[in-house]
Design a protein around this ligand. Structure first.
Ligand SMILES: Cc1cc2nc3c(=O)[nH]c(=O)nc-3n(C[C@H](O)[C@H](O)[C@H](O)COP(=O)(O)OP(=O)(O)OC[C@H]3O[C@@H](n4cnc5c(N)ncnc54)[C@H](O)[C@@H]3O)c2cc1C
Length: 351
């Protein structure tokens, strides 16, 4: 079944409002699950295929996308409108699907394939099919997915001139002391960033083979420290990275079988980092103190830094906020040198 605007109570867009999506920066792609690969207890790689995935643009190694996941028994909408999000919002909330954000782990336009690594939160070892009506629709859908299942992916459009956006890795020229930190949801983005730095990897080009429009490659003598919090030791993946990268995996699961609270290992590790360059005096913390992380996304992108330090942090909002406050307020790191993305919130569903 296809949901159209006319099927909804209030989403009646006329045919005239439909537009050719061929040059829009972001566009919908109808995709099908081609195969699944369990990477570790908590990570599941889903490879999608779609007739027009050769048109998927990819401007940065931490490229994000939106996934539209239908409810059980519902079909996919025809998102062929100018503003897919307005269309989505106009669908009947009782029947419309769920929109969640994910990272592209790899894309192979020539094969019309794309990989997304899903964290199986809430479902470490599923033994029976679960319902998409459950509390975590995206993780539940992934747990239950099988080849042939369909979703709509909204992502950058290859034929749009220029950068379509949706990526934040952007170290300034002169960055010599780089810290990348995240929880399991940021592992796909950080894995992509590290791969893009490898001589035998993407070598600084974007995955569709073009030169990046923003950002510069850190010099080979830059020190790059990576901190990754994961549910358990077996979730430490084999990441491709150049020699100047030091990776520290931070499993929450302890030897005695108990687990540290979400965010605790990451906050402890990053707040213990020392930086070579002396930092300026502590900056104001106006933004971090005013954002209500239970209602809003904490998202602050580095811009205009002259510092040799560059920090990229992503994950659960409480942990990201604590790290941001420590680095900017207590350590005096130039806030123009830090990118903070506190995009999911423990105990809250945010679309
Ligand atoms: C830019 C960006 C890139 C992202 N990339 C990825 C990615 O590549 N892979 C990936 O798996 N996730 C990624 N995420 C995170 C993902 O969007 C969230 O985890 C999302 O909430 C999952 O949706 P859901 O429907 O499963 O759960 P929701 O319905 O959103 O949440 C339901 C409940 O589950 C909890 N919850 C959500 N995520 C987690 C988690 N990871 N661990 C424990 N509890 C959780 C919530 O607190 C809530 O209580 C990314 C998010 C952003 C903004």
């Amino acid at each position: 079944m296809t949901i159209t605007a006319a099927d909804t109570n209030d989403g009646a867009l006329s045919t005239a409002e439909k537009t050719d999506t061929s040059t829009l920066p972001w566009r919908p792609f109808r995709v099908t699950v081609a195969r699944l690969q369990r990477l570790s207890p908590s990570f599941l790689r889903i490879t999608f295929t779609g007739d027009d995935l050769d048109q998927f643009g990819y401007d940065g190694p931490d490229q994000r996308i939106k996934l539209y996941i239908p409810r059980l028994g519902q079909g996919l909408p025809d998102f062929s409108f100018t503003d897919w999000y307005t269309q989505y919002r106009n669908f009947d909330p009782a029947t419309r699907g769920f929109v969640r954000t994910y990272t592209i782990r790899a894309v192979r336009p020539e094969r019309r394939e794309l990989d997304v690594d899903f964290v199986m939160h809430g479902h470490p070892a599923p033994t029976a099919p679960v319902s998409t009506e459950a509390a975590c629709p995206a993780a539940t859908w992934a747990t239950d997915a099988s080849p042939g299942d369909e979703v709509v992916l909204i992502g950058p459009n290859r034929v749009c001139p220029g950068d379509s956006g949706g990526h934040e890795w952007n170290p300034p020229a002169g960055a010599r002391d780089i810290v990348l930190a995240g929880d399991e949801t940021a592992v796909p983005a950080i894995a992509g960033i590290l791969e893009s730095l490898c001589d035998d990897g993407l070598n600084g080009s974007t995955p569709n083979g073009t030169a990046p429009e923003h950002g510069v490659l850190p010099s080979a003598d830059a020190r790059i420290r990576v901190f990754l919090e994961i549910p358990e030791p077996a979730d430490a993946l084999d990441l491709q990275a150049p020699d100047n990268v030091e990776i520290t995996w931070l499993p929450r699961r302890r030897d005695d079988g108990t687990s540290a609270p979400n965010g605790e290992p990451l906050v402890s590790a990053v707040t213990a980092v020392t930086f070579d360059a002396p930092q300026s005096s502590a900056d104001d913390a106006s933004m971090v103190d005013t954002v209500d992380i239970d209602l809003e996304v904490l998202w602050e992108v580095a811009a205009g830094a002259t510092s040799s330090v560059y920090v990229w942090v992503a994950g659960e909002a409480g942990a990201v906020k604590a790290i941001r406050r420590h680095l900017v307020r207590e350590r005096g790191i130039d806030k123009g040198a830090v990118t903070f993305m506190g995009y999911w919130r423990l105990g809250r569903a945010l679309d």
